[in-house]
Ligand binder design. Structure first.
Ligand SMILES: Nc1ncnc2c1ncn2[C@@H]1O[C@H](COP(=O)(O)OP(=O)(O)OP(=O)(O)O)[C@@H](O)[C@H]1O
Length: 381
């Protein structure tokens, strides 16, 4: 098998997905520019692509939400099927409603059930959508979720650690609430859950810090471009402890969890831990926190960050991630549109871009493939 230098979709088939009754699109591994009127189905199409990577896709939608609803009722099943190039060579990926439980999604690699970690390794993905426009000024948890997705694209095990941490945290909280109500709980089980949180949490913090260092290094080394440079920092209890010995940090976190049982039980949530970490960003040239920058500057910072991460991953992993930029071009001036086209070409990734008019992608020239989208139909052109 020939190893691909980029993860790419070479054929995409949809059945009963959002406003697509059926679609069969053959592509090559170059960037894909989707154009068509509002409501045509461009975002739905890139959402289908995002379902091929790890996680819940770019709208975090459940299986029921994406099943096609039409005048004639609901399609009984939905599916996204792809032929793809990956670091392991060509593969088939398929995801869709589990026939035994349509509210759940099932993903298969070469026809066999696969794991999130495997998907993250084979099909790393970065996306930016209009939902991220207010990321810097919005809730802390959205920034952390965004950053964790970046980490996952470079460290496939990050999602598994995060899930293990969340599961142990939820279970611990249940026990703490029982304690708070004066009910008896198994204290050795509580110790074990806190040990799991400390172990998974430390691994999460380590993965985040190493991703942050790689990303900041890439940003620092990049020549000046149309996108401003960001100075990034992670501020969190465990990330702060990791300057020390890792085992010591894990033990201290476990100790801290034990000490804060009563407080956490009363608060209804764990008050300390990697779920509370903050991603901080400053606009370097303006020496200003990202949240205080203009809307356009905030978006440009985010694009610069995504592009730097894509470039770092392509180099480190030997294959560029799939990069989705939903409605990015419409809000960029022509310099930045050219800068985006140049950066995507330099990363060598299969980027997916959407816009209402083909003209928005002029800067991309001949190096991309065009797909026209209209009323749930998409054709090359
Ligand atoms: N489950 C579903 N079944 C059928 N149609 C759906 C479903 N979910 C969304 N749609 C339809 O898909 C259309 C929206 O498509 P999409 O969000 O991809 O638009 P778009 O091409 O990105 O447009 P815009 O430029 O406005 O963002 C809407 O008409 C919406 O009603």
């Amino acid at each position: 098998m020939t190893k691909a230098s980029r993860a790419a979709v070479t054929r995409l088939k949809l059945t009963g997905f959002r406003n697509y009754a059926w679609l069969d699109l053959t592509l090559d591994s170059r960037p894909v520019c989707l154009f068509g009127p509002n409501g045509a189905g461009k975002t739905n199409l890139v959402e289908a692509v995002s379902f091929l990577g790890p996680g819940r896709g770019l709208r975090a939608a459940g299986s029921d939400a994406v099943r096609q609803r039409s005048g004639e009722g609901e399609a009984p099943v939905w599916a996204v099927h792809a032929e793809a190039e990956t670091v392991d060579g060509p593969v088939t990926l398929a995801t869709g409603a589990d026939p035994d439980n349509p509210a759940r999604r099932k993903t298969r690699l070469e026809g066999v059930a696969t794991t999130q970690t495997q998907l993250a390794r084979l099909f790393p993905m970065i996306w930016l959508t209009p939902r991220e426009d207010r990321l810097w000024a919005g809730p802390r948890s959205d920034r952390l979720r965004f950053f964790d997705r970046l980490v996952l694209a470079g460290e496939p095990g990050h999602g598994t650690q995060a899930n293990a941490y969340d599961k142990a945290m939820r279970e611990r909280q249940r026990l703490l609430e029982r304690m708070d109500e004066g009910l008896s709980v198994d204290l050795s089980w509580l110790d074990a859950l806190e040990a799991k949180m400390a172990e998974a949490g430390t691994a999460m913090a380590r993965a985040r810090l190493s991703a942050l260092n790689a990303l900041q290094g890439e940003i620092d080394d990049r020549p000046a471009s149309a996108f401003p440079k960001a100075d990034l920092a992670l501020s969190g209890y465990l990330e702060g402890l990791l300057g020390e010995d890792e085992a010591a940090a894990e033990a201290r976190f476990a100790e801290r969890l034990k000490d804060t049982r009563r407080k956490d039980g009363a608060a209804g949530r764990a008050l300390t831990g990697p779920h509370r970490t903050e991603l901080e960003a400053r606009h370097r040239e303006k020496d200003q926190v990202a949240a205080d920058c203009s809307t356009g500057e905030q978006k440009a910072l985010l694009l610069g960050l995504a592009l730097a991460h894509g470039a770092a991953l392509a180099r480190e992993r030997g294959a560029a991630p799939v990069m989705i930029f939903d409605e990015a071009c419409a809000h960029l001036d022509s310099d930045r549109r050219e800068g985006l086209a140049r950066a995507i070409a330099a990363i060598g990734c299969q980027a997916w871009l959407t816009g209402v008019e083909k003209g928005l992608f002029e800067a991309f020239g001949e190096g991309v493939q065009y797909v026209s989208v209209e009323a749930g139909r998409a054709v090359r052109g």
